[in-house]
Design a protein around this ligand. Structure first.
Ligand code: HEC
Length: 404
C-alpha cells in the first residue's frame, strides 16, 4: 500500500516537472516565433522551399528584400528562393512523385510525369492544362539516352547524372516523342508513368480514381452519390452482389453511377507489356476500337452497359457532387481523355486541391484551424486569378509559414 502511495507521489512530481518543462518550451517557442525578424523569415522561407539553408550571400539578399519592402518583400524573397535548383530537384520532385504510382510512395525514380509537373511549374505553364495538354518535359543533356515509350531509362539517367532540372528540362509535345496523335494526348494522364501505374491490367477505372484522388483531393468513398442514373454501369458489376440488390443501390451504385460515364473517356487506352516484364511496357491507343478490358465479365450482368466508344458524360454536374465546382463554361461531356481532363482540371476542387497540397508541402502540416483554411482559400483564388501559375501558390504558402 505504502509502496503504491510512493509511486503515486513520484508520478505526480514527474508530471509537474514535465508540465513546467512543456510550459517553458511553449513560451520559448512563442518568443522565437514572435521575434522572427527579416533574417529568420528569409531563412525559414528558403528552408521550406528548397530543403536546404541559404548560402550567406543568398541569405543577405533575401533579408534585404524583406527589410526594404515590408509589404511585398516576403513574396519577392520566396520567388527568389525558388532560383535554388533544389526547389525543382527535391521539393517539386517529392511533391509530385506520390501521384505517379499506386502505392503513393515518394521513393521512386524521376519519370515523365514528375518531370512534366516540374517543367510546368518552372515555366509557369497554366497548371489547369495538367490533365489535357500535348506536353511533356525531357532532359536536354546530350549524354542521355533518347526518350523511350518502352522504358524509363531517360529519366533514371537524368537523375543519376545529377542533371540540373531547373536548367536542363526541355518542353516538347508528347505527340512529337510518342506515337500518340496530338488529339489523344491528355497531359500527365497519358504519360508513360501514369499508364504504367493506372492503365495497367484492371479496367481503366483506376486511372479515374487516382486522378480524382491526386488532383481533386477526393476519394470516391467521400463523394458517393447513388441518386444518379445507373444506365452506364458496365456488365462486369453485379446488380445484386451476394444476392442482395439493396447492396448494389446503397453501395456499389454510389461510385459506379458517376465513375463509369467519366472513365469511358479512357476506352481506347491500355498499357501493354511483355509477359515477363511489366516495366518494359508502353501506352497504347486504339482510336475507334474499345479496349477488351471494358468488355470483360459480360455475363455478370448481361443487361449492363456495353461500351461502344470513348464518349464521356459528367453525371456529377448535378446532385450533391455539383459542389466540386464544375466550370459552367464547359459542356460537361465529350469524347476522349483530353476533354475529360479539361473537365476535371477546371473544377474548383482541382484548384483548391493544388493549393492544399502546396500548403502541406511548404508548411509541413495539413491546414488545421480557420486561419489555415482561409489561407488555402486565398491561395486558391490567387492561383486562378494568376492564370494557374503554381509558383505564386508556393510563394504564398512560404510567406504564410515564414513566422511573424
Ligand atoms: C468507393 C467507390 C466504390 C464502391 C462503393 C464500389 N466500387 Fe467497384 N470499383 C471502384 C473503383 C475505383 C474500381 C477500380 C479499381 C481499380 O482498378 O483499382 C472498381 C472496380 C470494380 C470492378 C472491376 C473489377 C476490379 O476489381 O477492378 C467491379 C466488378 C466492381 N468494381 C464492382 C463493384 C461492386 C459489385 C460494388 C458493390 C458491392 C462496388 N464495386 C462498389 C469503386 C467502387
Amino acid at each position: 500500500m505504502s509502496a503504491l502511495i510512493t509511486t503515486r507521489r513520484s508520478t505526480n512530481a514527474e508530471r509537474t516537472v514535465c508540465g513546467l518543462l512543456l510550459l517553458v518550451a511553449i513560451l520559448s517557442l512563442g518568443i522565437t516565433e514572435s521575434l522572427a525578424g527579416p533574417r529568420e523569415q528569409a531563412k525559414r522561407i528558403h528552408d521550406r522551399l528548397t530543403g536546404v539553408p541559404p548560402s550567406a550571400t543568398v541569405l543577405n539578399d533575401l533579408t534585404d528584400l524583406i527589410t526594404n519592402d515590408p509589404t511585398g518583400g516576403l513574396y519577392e524573397a520566396a520567388i527568389q528562393a525558388m532560383e535554388n535548383p533544389n526547389f525543382y530537384s527535391v521539393t517539386l520532385k517529392n511533391w509530385a512523385t506520390p501521384w505517379t504510382n499506386e502505392e503513393q510512395t515518394v521513393f521512386a525514380s524521376l519519370n515523365d510525369y514528375t518531370a512534366t509537373v516540374i517543367g510546368m511549374v518552372r515555366d509557369s505553364v497554366p497548371f489547369n492544362q495538367l490533365l489535357s495538354a500535348d506536353i511533356l518535359y525531357i532532359g536536354s543533356d546530350s549524354r542521355l539516352p533518347a526518350y523511350s515509350m518502352d522504358n524509363n531509362e531517360h529519366y533514371v539517367q537524368l537523375e543519376q547524372l545529377g542533371i540540373n532540372l531547373k536548367d536542363d528540362l526541355l518542353r516538347v509535345n508528347q505527340s512529337q516523342v510518342t506515337d500518340l496523335p496530338s488529339t489523344a494526348t491528355a497531359g500527365v494522364v497519358t504519360s508513360r508513368a501514369a499508364a504504367r501505374a493506372f492503365f495497367v491490367d484492371g479496367t481503366n477505372r483506376a486511372m479515374y480514381r487516382f486522378t480524382m484522388l491526386n488532383h481533386l483531393c477526393t476519394d470516391l468513398e467521400q463523394i458517393k452519390d447513388p441518386s444518379r442514373s445507373s444506365d452506364r454501369i458496365r456488365q462486369d458489376v453485379s446488380r445484386s452482389p451476394g444476392g442482395d440488390s439493396r447492396l448494389f443501390f446503397n453501395n456499389c451504385a454510389g461510385c459506379h453511377t458517376g465513375m463509369e460515364p467519366l472513365a469511358q473517356a479512357y476506352a481506347y487506352y491500355d498499357y501493354s507489356y511483355p509477359a515477363d516484364d511489366m516495366e518494359a511496357g508502353r501506352i497504347i491507343y486504339t482510336p475507334g476500337e474499345v479496349q477488351p478490358k471494358y468488355l470483360i465479365n459480360a455475363t455478370v450482368f448481361k443487361d449492363g452497359y456495353v461500351t461502344l466508344n470513348d464518349h464521356w458524360d459528367n453525371y456529377w454536374r448535378t446532385g450533391p457532387n455539383s459542389l466540386l465546382g464544375w466550370d459552367s463554361s464547359l459542356p460537361g461531356s465529350g469524347d476522349g481523355a483530353k476533354s475529360m481532363g479539361e473537365e476535371l482540371a477546371n473544377s474548383q476542387a482541382f484548384a483548391q486541391c493544388q493549393a492544399k497540397k502546396v500548403f502541406e508541402a511548404v508548411c509541413l502540416r495539413p491546414p488545421g484551424d480557420a486561419a489555415d483554411r482561409a489561407q488555402v482559400t486565398s491561395m486558391t483564388n490567387n492561383f486562378k486569378a494568376n492564370n494557374y501559375d503554381l509558383k505564386g501558390v508556393f510563394a504564398d504558402a512560404a510567406v504564410y509559414c515564414a513566422g511573424e
